[in-house]
Design a protein around this ligand. Structure first.
Ligand code: AHR
Length: 503
């Protein structure tokens, strides 16, 4: 059996883990909002029409900030449509998803839902069809205590206290030709810089995200980041990264190594940002907001889901409703490991998305809500990964993959919460055939014991939780784990994700 060794020592700190790393993303897309979080006729709906079964699952998932309202949707969105008396709100075309937006749920309702799920709002402004002036209007509406037309409008609309939104995205995926208002890096960089300066003139306390590439595989990747940051370096706090992974053509071994690509993506964007900083002789560091990441079968969307036709703009159609399997959950858990390994520079991240739309939570109209396989690595990591991220000095065998070449068979990261005297280690075994025996030196943690173990693995890598069988897949305790004389040993089954909580 292959073996791997590593050491958990608080001296090997990568950096503190920002809670914003466990963010989510809610876009007005498909059945995410309507028939997802909001279904007034549902038996579990509260007085505002929000499904309480979904609220409970989102709370259990443990998401910090939630990015809203898009995504591609935001690039055609008029925020004014979504506030004020509901019966006066216009129905609008959503060109991004070829749907109709009823505006039944807007800023006020969504904010109220966020309070119920205990998460914080992260807003995106429309820099696709709109610009600086509308972004300023929105900021005045959300963040100014009162005394002006727009802040008074918010108060008249029932919200006395400002929404006090702290993190703002300056548009969405502006490098993508599919984006309404798609621009060149130069044009976007200038607009983002101008908008950022204006927004900070109104509220200097906000944090701003400039759009990076919509994937590391875009032809403009790298140069886009360099040009955009050359314009915005002094004006923003973050550059965004977006990445989605899927299994291509039955190549499960490459799919299991997806996090290798995410590692490289993060490291290249950090290098580019630091290059721009060096050229500018700046001491400032630009961090990464990885504000869209997930497993997403995009080819399925292109071939099956696409809606067309001038007389066909449905409300809340079934879109991007991927059903996640065991192998998806293992890759997903590994993507979280990648984010944690880079916690010094990835200080904000948003799982795209939350409910029904490539979500860890699924709902059936008039029926139940359930956890997809990807729910578990997120909820467990969000709960256990506290304090600082630790490098592990990992020594593992490697194997060859078609897409990513030679990759380590095991990937892992540890976290340490000095105050609570707790630690955790998250591991994946990328081998499709072999279990791996792992030995971890935990002497540096002092007197510590195993508190909990969770492993996701299955003889059927494509098993999933569905409406018919919503509890088919769940993590199990890993009975092979033991800790003696400062050495933790554990066996990782083939194609598996594992978390161990220590305290
Ligand atoms: O998350 C789905 C879509 O993926 C988002 O709307 C867009 O930003 C990205 O391309």
């Amino acid at each position: 059996m292959p073996t791997a060794r590593m050491t958990i020592d608080p001296h090997f700190s990568v950096g503190p883990i920002d809670r914003n790393l466990f963010g989510g993303f809610v876009e007005h897309l498909g059945r995410h909002v309507y028939d997802g979080i909001y279904e007034p006729g549902h038996e579990s709906a509260d007085a505002e029409g929000f499904r309480q079964d979904v609220i409970e699952l989102v709370r259990e998932l443990g998401v910090s900030t939630i990015r809203y309202p898009g995504g591609n949707f935001v690039s055609g969105f008029k925020w004014e449509d979504s506030v004020g008396p509901r019966e006066q709100r216009p129905r609008r075309l959503d060109l991004a998803w070829h749907s109709t937006e009823t505006n039944e749920i807007g800023m006020h309702e969504f904010s109220s839902w966020l309070e119920k799920v205990d998460s914080e709002l992260m807003l995106a402004v429309n820099l696709g069809t709109r610009g600086t002036s509308e972004a300023l209007d929105l900021l005045e509406y959300t963040n100014l205590p009162g005394g002006t037309f727009l802040s008074q409008k918010r108060i008249d609309n029932g919200r006395k206290d400002p929404f006090a939104v702290k993190i703002w995205c300056l548009g969405n995926e502006m490098d993508g030709p599919w984006q309404l208002g798609h621009r060149s890096a130069d044009d976007y960089g200038k607009l983002a810089s101008q908008t950022a300066k204006a927004m900070r003139q109104l509220d200097p306390s906000i944090r701003l995200v400039a759009c990076g590439s919509s994937s590391a595989h875009m032809p403009t990747f790298g140069e886009w980041e360099r040009v955009v940051l050359s314009h915005t370096y002094d004006d923003v706090d973050y550059i965004s990264c977006h990445a989605y992974y899927q299994e291509h053509g039955g190549d499960a071994a490459s799919f299991l190594a997806s996090a290798v690509d995410m590692d490289g993506f993060i490291e290249k964007v950090v290098a580019t940002a630091d290059h721009v900083g060096a050229v500018r002789r700046s001491d400032k560091k630009i961090n990464i907001s990885f504000d869209e990441w997930n497993v997403w079968y995009q080819t399925r969307f292109e071939n099956v889901d696409k809606i067309e036709g001038l007389d066909n703009f449905p409300v809340a159609p079934r879109l991007l409703e991927d059903i996640y399997s065991v192998i998806d959950a293992v890759v997903f858990g590994n993507l979280m490991i990648s984010l944690l390994k880079h916690a010094d520079r990835v200080t904000s991240a948003s799982l795209a998305q939350l409910v029904n739309v490539i979500g860890p939570i699924m709902t059936e109209p008039g029926g139940p809500a359930w956890r997809q396989t990807t729910f578990f690595p997120f909820s467990i990591t969000s709960r256990l990964a506290r304090g600082a991220s630790l490098e592990l000095k990992l020594d593992a065998p490697s194997h060859a993959t078609e897409r990513y070449g030679e990759v380590p068979l095991v990937d892992a990261v540890a976290t340490h919460d000095a105050e609570a005297g707790e630690a955790a280690v998250f591991l994946v075994n990328r081998s499709l055939s072999d279990a791996v025996d792992v030995t971890i030196d935990v002497n540096g943690l002092g007197d510590i014991a195993i508190r909990e173990t969770h492993t996701i693995a299955d003889d059927d890598l494509y098993a999933a939780n569905t409406l018919e069988d919503p509890e088919r897949v769940a993590p199990k305790a890993n009975e092979t784990a033991s800790l003696d004389d400062g050495v933790l040993t554990i066996t990782l089954p083939p194609a598996s994700w594992t978390a161990v909580g220590l305290g």
